[in-house]
Design a protein around this ligand. Sequence first.
Ligand code: AHR
Length: 307
Amino acid sequence: ATACGGGGGGGQGGDDTIVLGFSQVGAESGWRTANTESIKKAAEEAGIELKFSDAQQQQENQIQAIRSFIQQGVDVIAFSPVVESGWDTVLAEAKTAGIPVVLTDRAVDTDQKEVYETFLGSDFVEEGRKAGRWLVEEYADSDEDVDIVELQGTTGSAPAIDRKEGFAEIIGEDDRFEIVASQDGDFTRSGGQEVMQAFLSSHDDIDVLYAHNDDMALGAIESIEAAGLEPGEDIKIISVDGIKDAFQAMADGRINVVVECNPLIGPQLMNLVEKVHAGEEVEPRVEVEEGVFTQDQAEEELPNRKY
Ligand code: AHR
């Protein structure tokens, strides 16, 4: 690779090929699988040499991968941080090595300035707000109390922190809504299934499930059905992501609403990688556009879903 512009860390391709080290969170969800495919395909299409590493949802694996990318002298490092905090040291190491870093999907929490070039990802707080707004609207004509259980994503991760915050902000404006239980289901189907089972055994009258992603919602549906209840009817279900399986569940009446979170950000990521490598100015924050889908749209939308 050429060390062109202000970006290059030297690279090792020996030609003009940009070498990108990418550390992925893991393979915890349908969203993540689609995200990984999008990144691999976009790298190939852009002629970028991708060194891909799966952290299996462990921060220490990601730190190790980033250090190895630094050692190999890649041109650009991109990663989707498992959790928000604890990145200062390794990001400073990349900076010292002169390798630009692009954050994708999840943000980091840092006081250090200019340790990464840009962050490409969704507005998770807004996703939580969208979920909350749907719920407030759904109960607009009722004066009953609404007991909510919340399946949180991985503890300490940006989407779990932010989706909780945005949702709480909206429902907090009306004291009929109460989150009676909230626990980590790690963004996985098995996590959703197990935690929902525990919720059901300790709470008699759950009205609503707010799941921070589709996989946990789909796992929870299994527990709701095993308890002899009808998901979508006896317990309303709000989910986030918009994977095909969730759209199918929505079309079948088992999920009530899905707030979209788009994983197909590979092309945008490669574009930013090329720019930072060339030393071009990039926006510090690039957002992904997303919608909200309800049961009445599910059937029609299903064939259009790309993930
Ligand atoms: O960071 C995005 C989140 O991570 C997705 O909503 C979830 O499915 C994934 O595991």
